[in-house]
Design a protein around this ligand. Structure first.
Ligand SMILES: Cc1cc2nc3c(=O)[nH]c(=O)nc-3n(C[C@H](O)[C@H](O)[C@H](O)COP(=O)(O)O)c2cc1C
Length: 353
């Protein structure tokens, strides 16, 4: 159960990137210890911590943790999971060397993007004006049920914490976790309770390759049609192919219309189909949230929507299954960059009393 390594193992990484808070311990020149809770992002190699305090007339380098790091760069970052169910207890402790990364460098820009992607609250704060503490892990110790399938977080924390992941660790997903994700999907609301969706699970490399190649042909034709250069077409095709092959699990979401109500007029029939598609979205979101709450990560790939027949044929599916989207499932290789900020709520909501 207890493990000591010099670099983070995939299991330790997956645990780390799912934690929202860590404790950073530093020591002063005279050896006086200091520990504080911190928000952090992990880029797959380094742990980044923002300096968000903006004390007037006081440089961030006067902060105790920063002064300590400048005097002694050896630090500890510890993240843990507590639950009244002690079978879920776990921690990862990283010993490393910390340094300050100054604003405007590429490393600083990346760290700020990761931190804002993980914590939307940072979007409103001028963290880009301060240096970032970046920690290079040198020794890692962990204990407990790091990969337990469970979460003690509130639903709201899971909703706000979930993020689309596009790069995964080469680590298998336990079957039990896949089953739980599908279980969550099947409890989605649906029109007349008809559950107008079916899910195809792909884990074998050969199957994923076959699917990626079939979809690639269609994509190539579309990109050529858009007048993209051969070089761009090649690069984008390779990127999308890699994305499908590197994800440990793909779940193909299909609409299934056979059990829907039948109407004599086309307009109502169209609405019935739209409801089925809305319901597929609800099933997808259930799956994404379940995955995140189980300590997994997931992403959404829309390409099957553009070539459903190719997908059905490549996977030998029944013609009644209409492919709409793929969910990728696995363990994130780090906190994902490029997360879109949300619009302010008053731009999205209209009240009519
Ligand atoms: C219908 C739909 C289709 C999407 N298609 C893709 C896709 O093909 N590729 C992709 O990388 N992300 C896709 N996404 C994910 C969005 O880009 C992502 O949800 C959005 O940028 C917000 O980021 P977040 O999920 O991390 O909050 C899709 C999402 C939805 C709902």
């Amino acid at each position: 159960m207890k493990e000591k390594t010099t670099v983070l193992t995939p299991v330790q990484m997956a645990f780390l990137v799912h934690q929202r808070v860590a404790r950073l311990a530093t020591t002063s020149e005279s050896g006086e210890p200091h520990a504080i809770p911190v928000c952090f992002a992990f880029d797959g190699h380094l742990i980044h911590i923002a300096l968000d305090e903006k004390p007037k007339n006081v440089s961030p380098t006067r902060l105790k943790r920063v002064r300590n790091i400048l005097a002694n760069p050896n630090v500890v970052v510890i993240t843990d999971r507590y639950s009244e169910d002690w079978k879920l207890l776990a921690y990862v402790m990283v010993r490393g060397r910390a340094g300050l990364v100054e604003p405007a460098s590429p490393e600083h820009t990346l760290a700020i993007r990761l931190l804002r992607g993980k914590y939307h609250q940072y979007e409103q704060m001028k963290i880009e004006e301060n240096p970032v503490i970046s920690i290079h892990p040198e020794q890692v110790a962990s204990w407990g049920a790091l990969d337990a399938l469970g979460s003690s977080r509130s639903l709201m924390d899971i909703l706000l914490g979930r993020r689309s992941v596009r790069r995964y660790l080469a680590r298998d997903v336990p079957e039990e976790a896949i089953e739980k994700v599908l279980e969550a999907a099947r409890w989605a609301p649906s029109p007349h309770g008809r559950q107008p969706w079916r899910f195809a699970v792909l884990t074998r490399k050969e199957t994923k390759t076959h699917l990626a190649e079939a979809m690639g042909e269609e994509w190539q034709a579309n990109l050529d049609m858009d007048g993209q250069s051969a070089e761009v077409v090649e690069k984008r095709l390779e990127g999308s192919r890699k994305r499908l092959l590197d994800a440990p699990v793909l779940v193909l979401l299909c609409v299934y219309l056979e059990d829907l109500d039948v109407y004599p007029d086309a307009a109502r029939q169209q609405s019935e189909i739209m409801m089925a598609i809305q319901s597929l979205g609800a099933a997808a979101q259930n799956a994404l949230l379940a995955a995140y709450s189980l300590g997994l990560d997931a992403g959404w790939v829309c390409s099957p929507l553009f070539c459903p027949e190719k997908v059905t044929e490549a996977l030998g599916l029944d013609l009644s299954l209409i492919p709409h989207a793929l969910l990728t499932l696995g363990y994130a290789e780090g906190d994902p960059p490029k997360r879109r900020a949300r619009k302010p709520i008053d731009e999205l909501v209209i009240y009519r009393d």
